[in-house]
Write a protein that binds this ligand. Structure first.
Ligand SMILES: Cc1cc2nc3c(=O)[nH]c(=O)nc-3n(C[C@H](O)[C@H](O)[C@H](O)COP(=O)(O)O)c2cc1C
Length: 315
């Protein structure tokens, strides 16, 4: 009796993002969790709110020249360049394993044009086992990678092409490297996205001044980790106030406090990226602690705190 009462008092962790429902709001970010198999000994994959494997492209890609990662103050620069074996190999070798995991599977795709995004979405729908498709229209490390994510019309176009090709829920992953993130999120909404993911990495660089050479083989790369958290949080706050679309917050999340900040800023769910590298069990720790943080503010569910931050300018 006591046990069932205490279960009844547990805050509800389930969240809804458009047509995608998740058992809890804690996901892992593309490119920082491999194809999940690599993590199965360390992480209870079935506890995750969802898994986003490394972005897959129409053709295999070897990625960029080394160095591909450089540590910075409170952050990580990467220029991996979407190294992957292509959609056919993904469907053959990774999808069977990923779709068997009792978790939500969100497949991240990137392509050179809207038609290729749409045809990949069709291939994935046909293969089955995919709960949602994340459109990576924000990769700073490949030529043209952010083009769809920096222009509201281009964003709307690519999302609507994919929308027409599949009934699978669509998440549009946007770049923070824009002057007006709200306009791009509007484009994603108008194109028919179920949710937007805010954000991918910030464009940055590091230089060896003695050699007068950039450290990354690609000269520039994407900055991630705690250094970018304030920027991603600001994007979530701005979009949440202006656009009626669910948000997945991403950027520098490394603790339960970070998660709670993103939720009250307006994110319905969050993804953890770089923090997986220095603490692969971080998602499990956050999931352990989340119910008590909700109880601390008398919240009966995650959804009731989403977007509840009050602007200091609102009086
Ligand atoms: C090494 C590395 C590889 C990444 N690869 C991808 C990728 O393939 N696709 C993608 O959408 N984002 C990729 N990202 C971006 C992350 O998914 C995430 O959006 C970003 O790192 C910000 O979150 P974080 O600060 O928690 O890492 C990558 C990030 C890192 C650090």
């Amino acid at each position: 009796m006591l046990a069932s009462n205490s279960k009844l008092n547990q805050p509800q962790l389930q969240v809804q993002l458009g047509r995608l429902s998740l058992p809890n709001p804690v996901l892992v970010a593309s490119g920082t969790f491999g194809y999940a198999r690599e993590m199965e000994q360390i992480v209870d994959l079935t506890r995750l709110g969802g898994i986003v494997p490394k972005t897959v492209t129409p053709q295999p890609r070897a990625g960029n020249n080394p160095w591909r990662t450089v540590e910075t103050s409170s952050g990580l620069l990467n220029s991996i360049g979407l190294d992957n074996d292509g959609i056919e190999a993904f469907i053959q070798h990774h999808l069977p394993y990923l779709s068997e995991i009792n978790s939500r599977l969100i497949v991240s795709i990137a392509a050179p044009d809207a038609e290729s995004y749409a045809s990949m979405a069709g291939q994935l729908e046909k293969a089955g086992g995919v709960d949602a498709i994340e459109l990576n229209i924000s990769c700073p490390n490949v030529s043209g990678g952010v083009d769809f994510g920096t222009n509201p019309e281009a964003c709307q176009h690519v999302v609507s092409c994919v929308r027409n090709a599949t009934d699978t829920p669509i998440l549009a992953k946007l770049t923070p490297n824009v002057a007006n993130i709200v306009a791009v999120a509007e484009g994603a909404k108008d194109g028919g996205a179920d949710a937007v993911c805010l954000t991918n990495t910030l464009l940055g660089m590091a230089i060896d001044w003695r050699k007068r050479r950039p450290l990354l083989g690609n000269d520039m790369g994407g900055l991630s980790g705690p250094a970018i958290k304030p920027v991603s949080l600001r994007c979530v706050f701005q979009v949440s106030r202006a656009v009626d679309i669910p948000i997945i917050g991403i950027g520098g999340i490394a603790s339960l406090d970070d998660v709670m900040q993103f939720l009250v800023a307006g994110a319905t769910a969050i993804q953890i990226g770089t923090a997986n590298y220095y603490d692969p069990t971080i998602t499990m720790k956050i999931l352990d602690e989340l119910p008590s943080a909700l109880a601390e503010i008398d919240a009966a569910s995650v959804s009731e705190i989403v977007g509840t931050v009050i602007s200091n300018k609102s009086q």
